[in-house]
Design a protein around this ligand. Structure first.
Ligand SMILES: [Zn+2]
Length: 138
């Protein structure tokens, strides 16, 4: 049995059709045997891989379909995370404003402050927060 090969010691070419055709060899290696794949790489492959190791080029349409298939509920998308951060910061700032204006009571929210949170400590901060977060005038 051959030993696992170093990434720098890859065979770059392979002979097919009884040694008559020399072509680029797939650079993937087996996770089980750690040996280099013996198949010829696809000509269209940018990374020199065979069709079993991801050599087919991905069209924009295919990438979109893969991405769509991997989204389960959309809660972890960039837009959803950004919206969650914004809403969390708004809740924190509203709670701060409630303290400044001395309305309501009860324990404060625990834990770290969300990204984008600006402390509301004075009545000027309350005015700024309302303009920024609720009226979108600043
Ligand atoms: Zn391969």
């Amino acid at each position: 049995m051959m030993a696992a090969i170093d990434k720098t010691e890859y065979e770059t070419h392979v002979f097919v059709a009884g040694g008559r055709i020399r072509c680029l060899r797939c650079t993937a290696s087996s996770t089980r045997t750690k040996m280099q794949c013996g198949r010829p790489a696809l000509k269209s492959s940018r990374t020199q891989k065979c069709q079993f190791h991801g050599g087919r080029p991905h069209s924009a349409e295919l990438l979109r379909r893969i991405s769509e298939a991997n989204v389960l509920h959309g809660d972890a998308t960039k837009a959803a995370k950004q919206q969650y951060r914004h809403d969390s910061a708004l809740i924190r700032e509203l709670e701060d404003a409630m303290r400044v204006l001395e309305v309501g009571e009860g324990p404060r929210l625990r834990g770290r402050k969300p990204m984008g949170y600006k402390p509301v400590l004075t009545q000027e901060d309350v005015v700024r927060m309302i303009q920024e977060r609720l009226l979108h005038t600043v």
